[in-house]
Design a binder for this molecule. Structure first.
Ligand SMILES: [Mg+2]
Length: 226
């Protein structure tokens, strides 16, 4: 088998109608672009860590009185990508190690793909914790951070070490700027309906059909006729 493991991004890849879920939540909760821009710039300039960035965004939502129910409503407007269950079943049957590597928030998977923990061998996502009244209270990046910054490649490298696997044996499916590095480094990088020029340019293959089954022939090669 050419690729032993297959990794997936979530926002825009396993889940549609969303670029980055953080942005979607901000828009729906009425947080202005200006406020979001200030925090994003502080992070990009290295003045706050990834953990602080998430924590401050959550503090804004809490101040607005947002509760768990409001997240549920927003997630109801997102939908699972067509062909997810079928694709994962095929990749499982063909013996692939399956993982998620994503900056998304776990509540999205819990709602849209409730058996996600059984479908994947490893799920690396972020968490928001809620208090008894359903108010968001804390953020857990859930990832090893390089210099306190999000770094999917670092995470993939450490996973490969753990699995005693080379990066060339990994196929990764993603759609956005934060996937570009991993799409370039993986043995097979598949840009799935890419929302960014950098993801498109970094990938080995670009799939523009919004059905996850479209990635299977690229991963399985001649055995793609399933
Ligand atoms: Mg994405």
């Amino acid at each position: 088998m050419r690729y032993r493991a297959v990794g997936f991004d979530v926002d825009g890849t396993l889940v549609q109608n969303v670029g980055y879920c953080w942005q979607t939540f901000h828009e729906r909760f009425g947080v202005s672009d200006k406020v979001r821009g200030i925090l994003r710039r502080r992070y990009q300039e290295g003045r706050i860590t990834y953990r602080e960035w998430g924590s401050r965004e959550i503090a804004i939502w809490r101040a607005l009185g947002v509760t768990r129910k409001d997240f549920t409503k927003v997630i109801n407007s997102m939908r699972l990508t067509d062909g997810v269950a079928e694709s994962l079943a095929v990749l499982r049957r063909t013996g692939h190690y399956l993982f998620i590597l994503s900056g998304t928030i776990r509540i999205i998977l819990e709602q849209l793909l409730p058996n996600y923990d059984e479908l994947f061998d490893l799920v690396a996502v972020s968490d928001i914790h809620f208090d008894e009244e359903g108010r968001p209270v804390s953020f857990d990046p859930g990832h090893p951070l390089r210099n306190e910054r999000e770094d999917k490649l670092l995470e993939l490298q450490s996973l490969c070490r753990e699995l005693q696997m080379d990066l060339s044996q990994v196929a990764f499916v993603g759609d956005n700027d934060n996937d570009a590095e991993v799409l370039r480094a993986a043995g097979l990088g598949i840009a799935f309906c890419p929302q960014s020029a950098s993801a498109r340019a970094a990938a080995d293959v670009v799939v523009d059909s919004a059905d996850l089954r479209s990635v299977l022939p690229h991963i399985l090669g001649a055995r793609g006729k399933v």
